[in-house]
Design a protein around this ligand. Sequence first.
Ligand code: CP3
Length: 356
Amino acid sequence: GSTTPAEYPSRRRLDTAPLLAAARGAEPAHRPVWFMRQAGRSLPEYREIRAGIGMLESCFQPELVCEITLQPVRRHNVDAAILFSDIVVPLKAAGIDLDIVAGTGPVVANPIRSAADVAALPGLEAGEVGAVATAVGLLTRELGDTPLIGFAGAPFTLASYLVEGGPSRNHERTKALMHSDPTTWHALLGRLADITIAFLQAQLHAGVDAIQLFDSWAGALSLADYREYVLPHSQRVLAEIEAAGVPRIHFGVGTGELLGAMGEAGADVVGVDWRIPLDVAAGRVGPGKGLQGNLDPAILFAGWDVVEREVRRIAAEADRARAAGTTGHIFNLGHGVLPDTDPAVLTRVVELVHSL
Ligand code: CP3
């Protein structure tokens, strides 16, 4: 598609940008590549500019968000910028008492565990994420022809942080609520879907060119539980933003068994981690959607010969996926850049992917 719906007047026309072409099933000028967590601790210029400023605090400073978002684009020549923010930013903006603790992740002061807790959850007004919208506006002016990816956390992954009170290996309190009190569970995910929709609409109205919905921890669920307790809410989020007309990428870790259902959630592109080859993933996702992925971020520590072999293998598997009906391939890691990654290796991966 090439027209911008009237309610989204800030949208740039970047139809030939390789990332957007690949996401829409057109032929890109080269294979597009970007990296989850490309903005962050692997970059010395990031560590320098963030010194003394809290993670969440930095997400509400538009000039800082703009600069940090641009850093990896300048350095690596990636095919997309991803907005520097976090999945808990809309929760914080809505008034939930939480913080991001370095080396740990999001920590919630008062975990949500009862029907009364859910009823007391605030909604998100667009004005509360005005700083994010301002940052998007600055970025669309700075980025030239490079698309800007906006994002949000999916309801399940947000719920896991809110119910557990922080990062969790087993998600036991979350699963206990889901199974013991499905009514409260669905009320919680409904509220979180509303917040996610409001956060994504704020970014879309400000002009982002694509969105990624992160359901990072959905891979902890069985397919049956994913379908019953999670899929309807993610489906509503992705349906509500369809009218914006931008590609919707949906990603989670360890989701090999869920890939078909995650495609059904309404994604145009399904993100895949390194545990499953892209040609096998294509069979599970089915035809008519794109794939994103899937280099193991730990491989970047194994030396260039290994990295090059793995990048070429993934490109070949993506080409087989395409022959089987997948619409396009966006090269990425299978999860985020690890903090100790050598940024020079990332730059070299971009050069190699572009040369294939
Ligand atoms: O470059 C980009 O990808 C954009 C920035 C981005 C951040 N968080 C910045 C960040 C994105 C897309 C996210 C999403 C996010 N946040 C997810 C989904 C993606 C994924 O990794 O699965 C999740 C689960 C979170 C929650 C979260 N926030 C975690 C687990 C952590 C790491 C905690 C730590 O310190 O190890 C954060 C903090 C965070 N978010 C950092 C960054 C750059 C590191 C904090 C810092 O630099 O001080």
